[in-house]
Ligand binder design. Structure first.
Ligand code: IDP
Ligand code: MG
Length: 166
């Protein structure tokens, strides 16, 4: 920064961000029932991840089956579908740098007993069958999962003022 500059250079969005990704996060029925929505969304906001889609959804069995299609036949599959349809969930589309990986790290391990403190599951969950959040695990998963919850018109690209500092 030169002596006369009071702010860092404002670069275009594309120059500032490489490997921008979008991912699907679901705040599962137990977290909604426990009143954890604000805290969970707040963690992503505090990290500087951009919220581009947000809705409350009552999943039906068909949609849950579509989401968890890769898990058909697993011993926990039926229980998983009834858990995910047991009450409203909050669906988020999050966007940021390497966001798929970052969000998975913020969520913590699938089994809360293996999730580090400081992660969402490590701080708020005890049981693998009530593990409070979902996040896409790879770009291909995000591409498959996001359209189950959001149409293109429901995803709002914008550039929040805080991204100036990222
Ligand atoms: P992930 O959510 O961390 O990606 P996955 O292996 O994709 O974990 O499993 C999907 C979901 O299925 C988990 O988040 C959890 O809700 C449920 N699940 C996974 N393993 C078990 C299990 O052993 N018992 C009960 N539920 C499970
Ligand atoms: Mg998974």
């Amino acid at each position: 920064m030169s002596a006369t500059q009071t702010q860092p250079n404002i670069k275009s969005r594309d120059q500032r961000f490489t490997n921008l990704q979008r991912t699907l996060v679901l705040i599962k029925p137990d977290a909604v029932q426990r009143g954890l929505v604000g805290q969970i969304v707040g963690r992503f906001e505090a990290r500087g991840i951009n919220l581009v889609g947000l809705k409350l959804v009552q999943l039906d069995a068909q949609k849950a089956a579509k989401l968890y299609e890769p898990h058909v036949g697993r011993p926990f599959y039926e229980g998983l579908v009834s858990y995910m349809t047991s009450g409203p969930i909050v669906a988020l589309c999050l966007e940021g740098v390497d966001t798929i990986t970052v969000v998975r790290k913020m969520m913590g391990a699938t089994k809360p007993s293996e999730a580090e403190p400081g992660t969402i599951r490590g701080d708020f969950a005890q049981r693998v069958d009530f593990n409070i959040v979902h996040g896409s695990d790879a770009p291909e998963s995000a591409a498959r999962e996001l359209p189950i919850f959001f149409s293109n018109e429901e995803l709002v690209s914008h550039d929040p003022s805080y991204t100036f500092f990222l």
